[in-house]
Design a protein around this ligand. Structure first.
Ligand SMILES: *Cc1c(COP(=O)(O)O)cnc(C)c1O
Length: 460
């Protein structure tokens, strides 16, 4: 056995042990930054150290310094875990070490991207002719979609933004919801469109953009316009009325972008697909694979109804880049050039789950969220602040003179307790515990333990 083979097998042993014990460990991290620096900040040697010693040191630090997001009771930030086939495929990606920029550098990755794009569009209910880019996450997907929107709308207005930038460009209106995710505003900032030069449309009590207010807003605007809607609010899980919004944006000739970081996958469950009705009428859609599709980081996907604009927004050719006339050159659809073969774990996840497997994963998480909400409602001290339409549950402790402080203390106790991990948030000015169920391995028993832990951590 070569030393490389021995090292990789040894590492596989450490990784599988980590995953086999993940469901039983304290869900939050148990090591502090100082603890981890004490373990890892060794003086850098001149001559290097044995590879096994380096890997062992990392594995040891990871045992306490990771957060158990791969486990069944991690409910923070809508992160998901990764299904076994996706983790395994990610190992292959590291072993292959392919540059997924152009076809000639990796035919297999180019072909896998094409196939995966077809599957994802089918699962999400998007037209087969749309373009697809595999990016690092939904932030990058929102950026890519809005760069495409900027190029498309300004070209229609007679302006070449790729050549001339925004200096002297026609005014481009951007309309968001007051509940749009902050990564939309970050993307606008990066694109020179301004995070604050945005018209915000009011949302209703669940966080859904109000279509009547959008119509009123667009009636008052003339010229090229981009509208950003959302499928899946990070707090409540609520969906903007996309079909109604699409009718309004198409009447105004505006570009409709939908941020569906996790909510897009409601489309995979027949029982929830109505939530994204009208999604195929959008001009661009951004989503994550590393959240609800349960693939490893980093993995997001952007889809657009305008492949030529998408390409033009993302590419500038260099003389030495050999592009293929027939095959997909993945870099044409993303901001990066050299890049990881991140579509490969997505391919493995989707193929191993199948259409019904993915639908069941999504539906199961939603039903578990409803189960948790029902159990918590039985405790009169707790209130559920949102309509549980998807996988998100907002919980508030209503006791005492200061329910905000009581809720925050409950969140702290819960995180210390370690049975599960969820973060605090603020919803309509009220402190709340935000539980997001998006891991493939969460079971009813996990939810029951979670409900017990939350009740135990009310502190009264
Ligand atoms: C998580 C999230 C994002 C950002 O996605 P990243 O993968 O963190 O880049 C954008 N929009 C919504 C609605 C999200 O939930």
């Amino acid at each position: 056995m070569t030393s490389r083979t021995a090292l990789l097998l040894h590492t596989a042993g450490l990784a599988t042990k980590y995953l086999e014990t993940i469901a039983d460990r304290h869900v939050g991290a148990l090591a502090s930054g100082d603890d981890l620096r004490r373990q890892l900040a060794v003086p850098l040697s001149d001559t290097g150290e044995p590879e096994t010693a380096v890997i062992d040191a990392l594995a040891l630090a990871g045992a306490l310094g990771t957060v158990a997001t791969q486990g069944p009771r991690y409910y923070g930030f809508v992160v998901g875990g990764s299904v076994p086939a996706a983790t395994a495929a990610d190992w292959l990606v590291s072993a292959w070490d392919q540059n997924a920029g152009v076809y000639v550098l990796s035919p297999v990755v180019s072909v896998v991207e094409d196939i995966t794009a077809v599957w994802l569009k089918d699962l999400a209910g998007l037209p087969a002719g749309w373009s697809t880019g595999f990016v690092t996450g939904c932030q990058a997907a929102n950026f890519t979609a809005l760069a495409t929107a900027r190029q498309h709308m300004l070209t229609k207005a007679g302006w070449d933004v790729e050549a001339n930038g925004l200096y002297g460009a026609p005014w481009l209106h951007v309309v968001c919801s007051e509940e749009s995710h902050y990564t939309i505003f970050n993307a606008l900032k990066l694109l020179g469109l301004g995070a604050e030069r945005v018209t915000k449309v009011p949302a209703d009590e669940q966080g859904r953009m109000r279509a009547d207010e959008l119509a009123r807003t667009l009636d008052a605007l003339a010229g090229p316009t981009i509208v950003c809607a959302q499928a899946g609010n990070v707090n409540s899980g609520a969906f903007d009325p996309i079909d109604e919004i699409a009718t309004i944006t198409s009447a105004h000739g505006a570009w409709l972008h939908v941020d569906g970081a996790f909510g897009l996958w409601a489309a995979a469950s027949p029982a929830r697909a109505h939530l994204v009705k009208g999604i195929a009428r959008a001009d661009s859609v951004a989503t994550d694979a590393h959240k609800w599709l349960n693939v490893p980081y980093d993995s997001g996907v952007v889809f657009t109804a305008h492949p030529a604009s998408h390409r033009r927004a993302m590419t500038l050719s260099a003389a030495y880049i050999i592009e293929s006339a027939k095959e997909r050159d993945p870099h044409e659809f993303v901001p990066e050039e050299s890049r990881r073969a991140r579509a490969v774990p997505v391919y493995a996840a989707v193929r191993s789950l199948g259409r019904h497997g993915l639908g069941d994963l999504v539906e199961r998480c939603c039903q578990l969220a409803a189960r948790l909400a029902n159990q918590l409602r039985a405790d009169s001290r707790l209130a559920i602040l949102n309509d549980v339409v998807l996988n998100q549950v907002l919980v508030r402790l209503t006791t005492g003179p200061d329910p905000d402080a009581a809720t925050r203390a409950m969140v702290d106790r819960l995180q210390q307790d370690g049975t599960c991990w969820a973060s605090g948030t603020t919803w309509h000015g009220m402190a709340a515990l935000r539980v997001s169920i998006s891991n493939w391995s969460t079971t009813e028993a996990d939810v029951d333990r979670t409900a017990n832990a939350i009740t135990r951590c009310t502190g009264s």
